[in-house]
Design a protein around this ligand. Sequence first.
Ligand code: SAM
Length: 215
Amino acid sequence: MQLKYKSYWRKSGLKGKWGNIFLKKLDQHNPKNVLEVGVFCGVTARNICDFLYEKNLNNFKYTGVDLFEKFNNDTKDEVKPTFLKDQKFSNPLKNIYYNYILKENLNSIKSVNKLLKKYRDNIKLIAGDTNIVLKELELENIDFAFLDGGHSYQTVINDLTILYDSMKDKKKVILCDDYGKESYIPDVEKAINDFTKKNNLKLNLIENRFAEIIT
Ligand SMILES: C[S@@+](CC[C@H](N)C(=O)[O-])C[C@H]1O[C@@H](n2cnc3c(N)ncnc32)[C@H](O)[C@@H]1O
């Protein structure tokens, strides 16, 4: 199977080689039930679904959680991605297409649902702050969680605590972005270090960027 991360003409958190490195990780663990915390414009979500479909046909599930268009001042401890402020593209064609023709907010739940519509029976998108909504989700069957949502210390601790609670002792995978020096966020690193130490968990650094925790 060819592992090639596609951009779908949108912004993604996994640019360049990082998308393919991510897909390789997915391939290595071969999950059927994937959770993504922090969906952004849905590009990684779509690539995850493409991958899962190729491997399992319709026998898979994808769940994505994001603030989506609810990103506002209630979430003061999060840094709003600059792209979300005015949806500016360096490519003028994209600017015209999304902002003047479609008039589509690519980080809206509607837009991401549209990108994932081929897989509508296998996906679930949840709009909300993970500090509130994550504990309400059924996470027992998640095989692989990609943690790439809020980047404050408190939110990362919250998300890891809730995920680990459902996934512990099952040899499942929590892959965290923005840990190593290739994409370093100090709060994220500290939260992951404190969490793994407290729970006596081993952490693998992947390509100087991702932190992989096997539960
Ligand atoms: C770096 S982007 C995710 C990139 C995406 N995983 C990808 O590969 O394209 C981070 C996302 O997390 C979301 N986010 C930030 N804080 C959040 C929170 N507390 N709860 C839920 N989502 C949050 C933002 O709305 C943003 O879309």
